[in-house]
Structures are given as structure tokens and as C-alpha cells.
Design a protein around this ligand. Structure first.
Ligand code: GLU
Length: 456
């Protein structure tokens, strides 16, 4: 059976490096196993979800090349949640509660004062129909809790350990004691559903086979497995990856805006650098720039993902981006270079690619090769001697060596004293691609103008 995976962001913000990692691992898993990949917008929080964020997420995924086979929005699916909720209500597994936030907070502090864990006491299970009616006439709308399978009777509460277990795709054998948890609220008093529930209904409806998500969901998984069971659905396999920390070891959550896909895109980073980082960070494989999504999918091995936090450092991502560009063949960048107005074909690209951090850095080198620059003249006399010795065209990669040997023989200058002034005059800057590659691209006419101090 081909696997079915999904990425389920809430459209309450743009994608950032943390959820890109989740999206990437699910997408690669689906592609590696010839499965399918669903984009599910978890937009049950109507106040915070927007169309703009949903579109932003689609744009970010498209830019990354994480295409989806099917898209679903939870806000379109209320009828399915209603039907599933009705079936649980009919069996008393989903039960109405009337406590206000304040009352619940008071209960919790009382429990703490008695040295008890602050678990919901299931008092609402004791209400009879008359009492419920009275509370509703008082204007209280019920919220609905899912009755976790954690006591035999459910009368009052003496929680018994009730272990839900699964073999996690990343963390191995996992257990959650749902006896130590409050019955989760699945429907708010305003009638809206919580993700905990809608996600399970959808995972069943779409026959999702594997869910890879952050380890902040481990406890949720214990609860959701109980909901799968209550709904008679088959649960997917779960894998929980560790979360990312920054270079100083802190959680990333505070600065996520700066770590958005949008900001990577604006900084000119390559989608494949972002994907390579997202797929390999926190795994036992070194983080290497991988050229294609197919190669990255072939490399995916969830058993190599560590349970220790992955470290995200923007400088590392930038370094990875440069390393990726340094090895990309011309065909991978030709279209985008053309859009940037950079010419010179493969010959130019192969000379400069080792000196760019982002693709747009090629523009400055294209200016050096084909445009006008102001040369930096350190020693006019030396440069004039060099100009007189510049060979006739055609130039090749050997011209630079032959020329500088001749200049050395004529002036007695060697090493840095020889090369540095020539580079400054020919390129206007003191570092860059090898001159044996640049010189033939600059050509004899421009080189002569620059060696003589002219702008050309
Ligand atoms: N909407 C949930 C989140 O963004 C999805 C979690 C899941 O993958 O089940 O946290």
C-alpha cells in the first residue's frame, strides 16, 4: 500500500524553519515511497486563521518545491466533525461540561493544595438531565470533553495508570499514561472544534498512513490514539522529531519571523539549501547540500534522526547555500541568471560559482566581466609594463600564466606583489575568482583600458 502523508499547518502565520522541517520530512517520506502528500490547512481557529496566511503557506511550499497531491481545509469539513462528534456523544464518550475558566482554575488550585495532580475531576459526568437543563437556562453553553479510557467507572476520579503505547518511527517505543491527563476539550463552548479532534477525523477520512511531527505532540498522540480507537479508525504510524534550538541553545520560538521561508527567499537563499538543512539537521548524517529533491528523498532515513534537538544557525544555512552553488551545474541556474541579466553562459558560471554566497552575487562579477568598473591603481608604472606585455588574443586559461611569467621576468616582481596589483586593476577589488578564468572573459581591450587606469 502506498503511504499517504500530510502536512497540516495552521494558517495563523507563515512557514518558518521549524515547520519547514516537518513539511520536508513528510514530503520526502511520501516521495521516497511513491506515496502521496496532502496539504491540510488546520484552520479551525477562525479568529487567527486568514486567507493571506493560507496563500503565503502555499507560496512558501511552492517555492521550496514541496508540491502536494491534494489540498483540504478543515473549515470546509464541519459536517464530518459534527457526524463524528455525534457518534461519540451518543455513546457518552464526549460529554458536556459547564465549568467556567474561573471555576476550573479554582478546582486546580484546590487539588494542588491537597497535593493532588490538577486533573479535571469529571464532575460534569455526575450531572443529570435536569441539572444540565438548569445550567443551560442560566445561559451556560457546554464545552465537550472526551472521556479518556482511564478509569473503569468514570465516577469521580481516582485515576488509574492507563498506558497508550506505540512504536514511534523516530523515537522507538513510546508510552503515554492517559490516566495522568485531564479529559481533553474537543468542542469549545462556542461550538468550534479543537485540532486534537479534527485532526483524527481527517486522518481517518484521508486514510493517512504516517504522521511525522514535532515532539511537542507526543502527549497529543497518546490522546489522539484513544480518539482513533473511539472512532473505530485505523491510526497512522507516528514519528516525532526533536525540536530546533538556535546557535546558543535556546528554543527558536521567539525569533521565528526572522527564520521564515519568506525571509530566506528574500535573502536569496536556494530552496535546495533550505531543504537540505531541514532534512538533515538533527540527524546522524552530516548536513550537506543536496542538489535535487529526489536525491534528498533517497537519503531520507528516519532512524538516523536523533532525539536530541537540532541546531539551527542562519550562518550555517548561508554556508550551506554557498557550498550548494559552488557545485551546481550551469543548467540548474541558467534561467535565473538570465532573469538577473547575467550572461556569459556556462563559461562565466564555472569561473565565478566558487565565489558566490547567493546567486545574485554573480551580478557583480558579470559587471566586472562585461560592464564598466573603476580599476584600483596601486603602481601605474608597473601596470603600464604589464599592459605592454599582455598577449594578443585569443585568450585561454593559459594566458594568465604566460602573461604573469613575462611580467615577472621583466620586473623581477613575484608572488603577491605581482598578482595583487593586477587583480586590483583588472577587477577593482582584492579578492574573487581565479584570474586565469576571469581574464579571458574580460578580454584584451577591457584589460588594457583598466591596466592604464581607465574606466572600462
Ligand atoms: N496543525 C497542527 C500543528 O501545526 C498539526 C500537527 C499535526 O501534524 O498533527 O501543530
Amino acid at each position: 500500500m502506498n503511504p499517504i502523508l500530510r502536512f497540516a499547518p495552521s494558517p495563523t502565520g507563515r512557514l518558518h524553519i521549524g515547520n519547514v522541517r516537518t513539511a520536508t520530512l513528510n514530503w520526502l517520506f511520501a516521495r521516497k515511497c511513491a506515496g502521496s502528500f496532502i496539504l491540510r490547512l488546520d484552520d479551525t481557529d477562525l479568529e487567527r486563521s486568514t486567507q493571506e496566511f493560507a496563500q503565503g503557506i502555499r507560496d512558501d511550499l511552492m517555492w521550496l518545491g514541496l508540491t502536494w497531491d491534494r489540498e483540504e481545509r478543515q473549515s470546509d469539513r464541519t459536517q464530518f466533525y459534527d457526524a463524528a462528534a455525534d457518534s461519540l456523544k451518543a455513546r457518552g464518550i464526549l460529554y458536556p461540561c459547564y465549568e467556567t475558566e474561573d471555576e476550573l482554575a479554582r478546582k486546580r488550585s484546590r487539588q494542588r493544595a491537597l497535593g493532588k495532580p490538577p486533573i479535571y475531576d469529571r464532575a460534569a459526568l455526575q450531572l443529570d438531565a435536569d441539572e444540565r437543563r438548569r445550567l443551560e437556562t442560566e445561559g451556560r453553553a457546554p464545552h465537550w470533553r472526551f472521556r479518556l479510557p482511564n478509569t473503569a467507572s468514570g465516577q469521580g476520579l481516582t485515576p488509574q495508570p492507563t498506558i497508550v503505547s506505540w512504536n514511534d518511527l523516530i523515537r522507538g517505543d513510546q508510552i503515554v499514561d492517559v490516566g495522568s491527563l485531564s479529559d481533553p476539550v474537543l468542542i469549545r463552548a462556542d461550538g468550534t472544534y479543537l485540532y486534537t479532534f479534527t485532526s483524527v477525523v481527517d486522518d481517518i477520512a484521508f486514510a493517512v498512513t504516517h504522521v511525522i511531527r514535532g515532539e511537542d505532540h507526543v502527549t497529543n498522540t497518546g490522546v489522539q490514539l484513544a480518539i482513533f480507537e473511539a472512532l473505530g479508525g485505523e491510526a497512522p504510524a507516528f514519528g516525532h522529531h526533536s525540536l530546533l534550538i538556535d546557535a546558543e541553545g535556546n528554543a527558536l520560538s521567539k525569533r521565528l519571523g526572522a527564520l521564515s521561508v519568506q525571509s530566506f527567499r528574500e535573502a536569496g537563499l536556494e530552496p535546495m539549501a533550505v531543504l537540505s538543512h531541514a532534512a538533515l539537521v538533527g540527524s546522524s548524517d552530516a548536513i550537506e547540500p543536496i542538489r535535487t529533491r529526489e536525491e534528498l528523498a533517497a537519503k531520507l532515513d528516519l532512524s538516523k534522526i536523533s532525539t536530541a534537538p537540532g541546531r539551527f544557525d542562519i550562518e550555517e544555512l548561508k554556508g550551506l547555500n554557498a557550498k550548494l552553488l559552488h557545485k551546481l551545474p550551469y543548467e540548474d541556474v541558467a534561467d535565473r541568471l538570465a532573469v538577473m541579466g547575467v550572461g556569459g553562459g556556462a563559461a562565466f558560471w564555472e569561473v565565478v560559482r566558487g565565489n558566490v554566497g547567493v546567486l545574485s552575487d554573480t551580478q557583480a562579477w558579470w559587471q566586472v566581466v562585461a560592464g564598466n568598473i573603476a580599476p584600483v591603481i596601486e603602481d601605474a608604472e608597473f601596470l603600464s609594463t604589464a599592459a605592454a606585455l599582455l598577449p594578443e588574443e585569443p585568450f585561454s586559461h593559459d594566458t594568465w600564466g604566460a602573461w604573469t611569467n613575462a611580467v615577472k621576468a621583466a620586473t623581477g616582481v613575484k608572488g603577491r606583489g605581482l598578482f595583487h596589483p593586477l587583480r586590483l586593476a583588472l577587477t577593482g577589488t582584492d579578492q574573487g575568482p581565479e584570474l586565469k578564468g576571469l581574464l579571458p572573459l574580460i578580454g584584451r581591450d577591457k584589460a588594457l583600458v583598466r591596466l592604464r587606469g581607465g574606466t572600462g
